[in-house]
Write a protein that binds this ligand. Structure first.
Ligand SMILES: C[S@@+](CC[C@H](N)C(=O)[O-])C[C@H]1O[C@@H](n2cnc3c(N)ncnc32)[C@H](O)[C@@H]1O
Length: 297
């Protein structure tokens, strides 16, 4: 890829403490976990969390043999490692999702929550995921829905310039996009994924409800409402289950990483991964693989 899309860089960010810890988002966290459990196979071989951040919901992956937490931010991955570092199933990979450092056909399950709103090239991302999906691999995607009730109301009241009804993504703040469900489905299909069961989430993401209704009750109501997601999607958050066809060839057992620049499979020797194709050398610093910048280009 020559013209690399922009990346929303969270390096050094306080995302965990500023957005999640004691920030009144227990409701969102719990309903997202419910939707994820409903769509993701509970057990399996290899799982990839795309844009895993600090590993907020990594405990949902304990039924897998190998769990890759991938993020552009090495600092957030170090936070994840502080929590899960002793568990040999977890692998921490700093990389750009447009250049996945993995061999073709590797992952049985891929999940992506609260991150695609930072993708300015959705077709490029889906294309990469289609490459690394194992035959019949599952991809659970959560996306920020442009066509949500709040946006419709704000547009109707002329408090928002962009229309929620059009197909193309809207960049409402620099490097923050909302998507039309039809746009997402169309591009998943182009990348050979078959979109299936859909769940709506965060039906009650409103300050007034969250501060007056017990969280447990809101979560139960949301859990029920999620089940209507195949028929309508007007919530700010939508989950969709996708399956890749059997056409990919499964990655051989002895291969895992590939050079993100030239795609040649690479193996690790003494904390370094040397690419026999282009000569780039990639490192592993404090247990986090760094595929953002080669040690030797
Ligand atoms: C809002 S956070 C969500 C983290 C996590 N999924 C969660 O829900 O707690 C978005 C994450 O996407 C990551 N990200 C953004 N662009 C990326 C890219 N091009 N490649 C890899 N990760 C990226 C950011 O570093 C950040 O950790």
């Amino acid at each position: 890829m020559t013209n690399m899309p922009r990346v929303c860089d969270y390096e050094g960010s306080d995302y965990r403490t500023r957005f999640w810890e004691n920030q009144g988002r227990e409701y969102e966290d719990q309903v997202e976990r419910i939707a994820l459990r409903r769509l993701m196979p509970a057990t399996g071989g290899t799982l990839l969390d795309i844009g895993a951040g600090f590993g907020r919901y990594a405990d949902e992956f304990l039924g897998y043999q190998k769990v890759v937490l991938l993020d552009f931010s090495a600092s957030l991955l170090r936070e994840a490692r502080e929590r899960w570092g002793n568990d040999p199933r977890f692998i921490y990979v700093a990389a750009n999702w447009y250049q996945m450092p993995f061999v073709d056909g590797l992952f049985n399950t891929m999940v992506q929550l609260r991150t695609i709103h930072h993708a300015e090239n959705v077709p490029g991302l889906f294309h990469e995921l289609g490459r690394i999906a194992a035959p019949r691999g599952t991809y659970v995607l959560e996306f920020a829905n442009k066509l949500n009730l709040k946006a419709i109301a704000r547009y109707g009241l002329r408090q928002q310039p962009w229309s929620p009804f059009t197909r193309e993504p809207v960049e409402f703040v620099e490097m923050n996009f909302n998507f039309n469900p039809g746009y997402i489905r169309d591009h998943l299909k182009v990348a050979q994924f078959k979109p299936g069961r859909t769940l709506t989430a965060s039906h009650f993401r409103m300050g007034v409800l969250k501060s007056n209704v017990p969280t447990g009750l809101l979560v139960k109501l949301d859990s029920l409402a999620q089940l209507t997601g195949n028929w309508w999607q007007l919530t700010p958050s939508v989950f969709v289950h996708n399956q890749h066809p059997a056409t990919n060839t499964a990655a051989p057992d002895h291969l895992f990483f590939a050079c993100p620049t030239c795609r040649t499979p690479i193996n690790e020797v003494d904390n370094q991964l040397t690419c026999s194709g282009c000569g780039a050398v990639w490192g592993n610093e404090d247990g986090v693989y760094n595929f953002k910048q080669p040690i030797t280009p």
